[in-house]
Design a protein around this ligand. Structure first.
Ligand code: MF3
Ligand code: CO
Length: 277
């Protein structure tokens, strides 16, 4: 999508505003987590997020984006991304991916998580956990790597290691949708693929802000868009997970803008100390 277009490098002051947007998104997703249960409709989740964003004086970035009709994407089971909230009632055992974006003073934050409702299929729990691990490994690679391609290498490594550990076939990595630069727009260059590419990617340097967002599936990554023109589903009906954070590169290291602790805990476990913001 984005080739060699110009990257918007941010000043520390601009990153500080993005942090405010990131925390609004974190609050909205926490509020959604708190009500996520069988019997709840996906439209109800959207209303919860919209209320949190509005009370913070922020703006939902998805609403109206290329005509998108909601503040959240809620993608259930075989839906990979861009599920539109509506009358769908969540069921026991559903795999639910919730994606949210908010704007504060013109600066964006974007984050997503996947939860598995009880009683959970252990294979779905593993799918969600491996996707979250892949996200954090990809984020850590922004601190330890030299070029952006380190993210996709880290995601692939996590997927392969998980398969080797369990002796099962590797999860599929969705290639049609990738992470992205983020700042004064939700989607900016550069692309952030979740797989190895020939292009090693742009040099990792302070001011770069990206959304890392691996999407993994239990079967084949081949997918299509439903007639609503948004919802992306797997062709084989296999279940999908999606985790995302907005990350800033600063002089002193990286900060996860959409994580309440800046990513400190998860990154420390991977040997990375976050920068102060
Ligand atoms: N949050 C998605 C992403 O991570 C984009 C949502 S598309 C929208 O890139 F139309 F819903 F806004
Ligand atoms: Co995104």
């Amino acid at each position: 999508m984005f080739g060699r277009e110009r990257i918007e490098y941010k000043t520390p002051e601009q990153v500080a505003v993005m942090r405010r947007a990131g925390l609004v998104v974190a609050d909205a997703l926490d509020a959604v987590r708190a009500v996520l249960a069988p019997g709840v409709t996906t439209a109800e989740l959207d209303a919860v997020a919209e209320e949190v964003i509005a009370s913070a004086g922020a703006t939902p970035s998805f609403l109206g984006y290329h005509g998108y009709p909601a503040s959240l994407c809620v993608s259930v089971n075989d839906e990979i991304v861009h599920g539109i909230p509506g009358s769908r009632v969540l069921q026991p055992g559903d795999v639910v991916s919730v994606d949210c974006g908010a704007v504060v003073d013109g600066w964006h934050g974007d984050s997503a998580f996947t939860a598995v409702l009880d009683p959970a299929d252990p294979a779905d729990v593993a799918l969600a956990a491996t996707t979250e691990d892949a996200l954090w490994a990809g984020i850590a690679a922004l601190a330890t790597g030299e070029r952006l391609g380190a993210v996709g290498e880290a995601v692939e490594d996590v997927v392969e290691a998980a398969a080797a550990r369990t002796g099962t076939a590797p999860l599929g990595i969705v290639e049609d949708y990738v992470g992205h630069g983020i700042g004064t727009a939700m989607h900016q260059p550069p692309d952030v693929p979740n797989f190895r590419t020939r292009d090693r990617g742009t040099r990792l340097r302070p001011g770069l802000c990206v959304a890392v967002e691996p999407m993994l599936v239990r079967g084949s990554q081949v997918n299509h868009v439903l007639a609503d023109d948004w919802t992306v589903v797997t062709d084989d009906g296999s279940r999908a997970a999606h985790w995302e954070h907005t990350v800033a590169l600063l002089d002193g290291g990286i900060v996860v803008l959409t994580a309440r602790d800046g990513g400190a805990e998860r990154l420390r476990a991977l040997g990375v100390e976050i920068a102060s913001i």
